[in-house]
Design a protein around this ligand. Structure first.
Ligand code: ADP
Ligand code: MG
Length: 249
């Protein structure tokens, strides 16, 4: 059984069947990409995984437990973390402070900043946050204000904020959308480094085929709300159905 199992999921918006018969299994420790033309249902599917939408039919389980009906923060606490299209960071805070916030959130389930309980606990969290920032090569920028970072560094910071919570599954929604080629390549490198260093599974929704083929080990192609094919990148590349869905051939 996969880490994440999507079974027979359907979702309708009024007269539009946005998803139907979606079956998907994301295996532990793989990078699984979900691709498909505009309007294929990728964002709708992602929203069903993180509790923003509840499917009309089917089931979604993570480590054998249903995520349906749970609130987004509860799903996050189960070990699913999401990287947003636009980095969600606290611009007025320093880089280090940004990474400390999810450490607290993880501990007490809320985003309330409160006094440190003990000096020991403070030291532990601080060390954890600094180590995380070293992992994403931001050790020289701990005291910089987050709003002054480059786009690529904001992405690194956001990644650190997610990873410091030790997620089992990282969901990435077009992580390189709107980026220049250099930032895209540095994001690809960063994700590869993270994958090598950690016991983590990634599900990535992506338009940019360069990113998909650089990272993915499995690819599911969605078209008109339903999976068209799931296979390895090599087999997907020249798949006639995929060429048809994408290129109208
Ligand atoms: P993708 O992310 O693959 O581009 P979406 O999941 O955003 O596709 O959309 C799938 C289909 O569902 C589209 O036709 C879109 O217009 C429709 N859709 C998405 N969200 C809503 C909504 N909240 N209400 C009505 N229709 C929606
Ligand atoms: Mg979308």
């Amino acid at each position: 059984m996969g880490l994440l199992e999507v079974k027979d999921v359907g979702k309708r918006f009024g007269g539009l069947q946005a998803l139907s018969d979606v079956n998907l299994s994301v295996q532990e420790n793989t990078v699984h990409a979900i691709i498909g033309p505009n309007g294929a249902g990728k964002s709708t599917l992602l929203n069903c995984l993180i509790g923003k939408l509840i499917p009309d039919t089917g089931s979604v389980t993570f480590q054998g437990q249903s995520v349906l009906g749970r609130k987004p923060h509860e799903i996050n606490q189960m070990g699913i973390s999401r990287i947003f299209q636009t980095p969600e960071i606290f611009g007025d805070l320093t880089v280090l402070e940004n990474v400390l916030i999810p450490c607290f959130a993880k501990r007490d389930g809320s985003f309330r900043m409160h006094a440190f309980e003990t000096v020991e606990a403070e030291k532990d969290l601080n060390e954890k946050a600094v180590a995380m920032l070293e992992d994403v090569n931001m050790q020289d920028k701990l005291q910089m204000q987050a709003s002054s970072l480059s786009r690529g560094d904001k992405r690194r910071l956001e990644m650190a904020m997610s990873l410091v919570q030790d997620p089992k599954l990282l969901l990435l929604d077009e992580p390189t959308a709107g980026m220049a080629r250099a930032d895209t390549n540095s994001t690809i490198d960063l994700l590869k480094e993270i994958k090598e260093k950690r016991d983590i599974t990634m599900a990535i929704i992506e338009h940019d085929m360069h990113v998909v083929f650089s990272l993915a080990e499995r690819i599911t192609v969605l078209a008109q709300g339903t999976p068209l094919v799931e296979d390895t990148p090599d087999n997907i590349r020249d798949h006639p159905k995929v060429r048809e869905a994408y290129l109208g051939e």
